[in-house]
Design a binder for this molecule. Structure first.
Ligand code: DX5
Ligand code: ZN
Length: 217
């Protein structure tokens, strides 16, 4: 098993102090997870390309951009060109996911593809070689601080079976805390997004370490 990676989500951070908040977790986290929401694909609106461009310049660790937007075919590649280390689009919103994944890689980013809780993994197994990461959502996307959906655990296991020990990372996002992270790791996930469990903690940097330890157990 590879070393588990932790990607704190700045959705739970103070948006008026993003650079400071990222600096706090910069020494313990592997990625900073940036949730881009357009108010259409999900019923919430967060931030977009100009803020990501600014964060690329100021962050000591690479950006893991999670696009919860309509028409990622049109918008996603600009996030890769901006310097995000990883860009994840939702397959439910993509018209041509293979072309888009190839475009993201050509622009220098890792290509990620996300599945909402009710989206099955089986139709997309043949696409895995085009991807660097598969994101299995463990809440309905749109908001931080929601409760983990147990119902998704079997899909994480099936996704791990399909990936095998391959190069594709398996990320989970939503309701991840010291308890649920163990179950996700047991099911085969290896990259863990956590918003509330990190930025809601008194010591976010230590919370990242605790999550990684729990994922390793
Ligand atoms: C939800 C976002 C998540 C969210 C996770 O739509 O994609 O990244 O910030 O937050 P927590 O860990 O609080 O559920
Ligand atoms: Zn996310």
């Amino acid at each position: 098993m590879v070393r588990p990676q932790i990607a704190p989500s700045i959705l739970s951070a103070d948006f008026a102090r993003l650079a400071d908040e990222i600096a706090v977790i910069g020494s313990t986290a592997d990625w900073v997870h940036v949730d881009v929401m357009d108010g259409h694909f999900v019923p919430n609106l967060t931030l977009g390309l100009p803020v990501v461009q600014a964060l690329v310049k100021s962050s000591p660790i690479p950006l893991d951009v999670h696009l919860m937007i309509e028409d990622p075919d049109r918008w996603a590649t600009s996030y890769a060109e901006a310097g995000a280390g990883s860009v994840t689009f939702h397959v439910e919103a993509a018209a041509a996911p293979v072309r888009l994944a190839r475009d993201l890689r050509s622009a220098g980013a890792r290509a990620g593809m996300a599945l909402r809780p009710a989206t099955p993994v089986e139709p997309y197994v043949d696409l895995l070689p085009e991807l660097d990461m598969l994101l299995v959502m463990t809440v309905e996307p749109g908001f931080g601080g929601q409760a983990f959906l147990d119902v998704v655990l079997p899909k994480i296991r099936r996704a791990r079976q399909a990936i095998g020990d391959g190069a594709v990372w398996l990320q989970v996002d939503g309701g991840i805390n010291a308890e649920t992270i163990e179950r996700c790791a047991d099911a085969g996930a290896d990259v863990f997004v956590a918003g509330n469990a990190v930025f809601g903690a008194d010591d976010p940097a230590a919370a990242v370490e605790r999550l990684r330890e729990a994922a390793t157990r």
